[in-house]
Ligand binder design. Structure first.
Ligand SMILES: *[C@@H]1O[C@H](CO)[C@@H](O)[C@H](O)[C@H]1NC(C)=O
Ligand SMILES: *[C@@H]1O[C@H](CO)[C@@H](O)[C@H](O)[C@H]1NC(C)=O
Ligand SMILES: *[C@@H]1O[C@H](CO)[C@@H](O)[C@H](O)[C@H]1NC(C)=O
Length: 227
């Protein structure tokens, strides 16, 4: 339980160069990865919102071709059994039927405790920039009491590869985030990753530049070939 601390980073590795040169068998279909940012206040005070998110994902998995669910940031606020119980119940809907499997990545900050902790810059310097097969980094938990909620940065790795880095964290908003989640649509044929921010709880979308955007010119064929 101590492993879940303050921020989570997800690394999506595109592929090895060997796979990259393989021929494409069929037109690759766009697919969606759903991202659940910091659910800590839902686990503490609004479990119905967390459940609303996961049930919506399951209900829309087929129609939207949602293939995977990722959690980023903190799952609980105070790491108590009661909050983990709430979180486990909300997450359980994802694995109950044919829904996508939830995953929560390791937290680089937890690899070093206190003063030696790795922050985003250190993770970039020590690891991300050095590996040409890292395509994307998802970040949560940038919270200082203000509703920062989004951020992004495209970096260039040592091998010249683009690394798409994005932050989403709505916990400072109403009701611990009001149910906003992210939908990343990977379209290998169009070479795009489209990012949307939607709340099934309020049925609203955030459409500002930080929360709705498209990366273009992204070579996703290695991912498509791996399917
Ligand atoms: C799982 O998938 C099968 C076949 O697509 C479908 O008949 C069934 O209703 C699904 N179950 C759930 C819980 O979604
Ligand atoms: C999510 O909550 C909203 C508002 O209460 C409701 O209209 C919607 O049906 C809920 N969706 C799911 C999947 O529970
Ligand atoms: C959500 O809002 C859209 C309009 O933005 C509307 O067409 C749709 O019916 C609403 N869905 C629900 C479940 O209320």
């Amino acid at each position: 339980m101590k492993g879940f601390l303050t921020a989570a980073f997800l690394l999506i590795a595109a592929a090895t160069s060997g796979v990259q040169s393989a021929p494409v068998a069929a037109a690759p279909t766009p697919f969606v990865i759903a991202v659940l940012p910091d659910t800590q206040y839902y686990s503490e005070s609004y479990p119905e919102i967390y459940t609303n998110q996961t049930q919506w994902i399951v209900a829309n998995a087929a129609a939207r071709n949602i293939k995977f669910v990722i959690h980023e940031g903190d799952i609980t606020n105070l790491n108590t059994p009661a909050q983990w119980k709430n979180a486990a119940k909300s997450m359980s809907y994802l694995t109950a039927g044919n829904g996508s499997k939830p995953t929560h990545t390791g937290n680089p900050e937890s690899y070093g405790i206190g003063k030696t902790a790795n922050n985003g810059v250190k993770v970039w310097e020590k690891m991300v920039r050095k590996h040409s097969n890292i395509l994307m980094v998802l970040n949560g938990h940038m919270y200082d009491g203000a509703d920062i909620n989004s951020g992004r940065l495209t970096g260039t790795g040592d091998a010249g590869n683009q690394v798409y880095q994005m932050l989403a964290d709505y916990q400072a908003g109403p009701n611990g985030g009001n149910g906003f989640l992210r939908l990343l649509t990977f379209d290998p044929a169009a070479s795009t990753i489209s990012v949307e921010t939607y709340s099934p709880y309020t049925n609203e979308s955030k459409t500002d530049d930080g929360n709705k955007f498209v990366y273009t010119g992204v070579n996703l064929l290695p991912l498509a070939n791996k399917n």
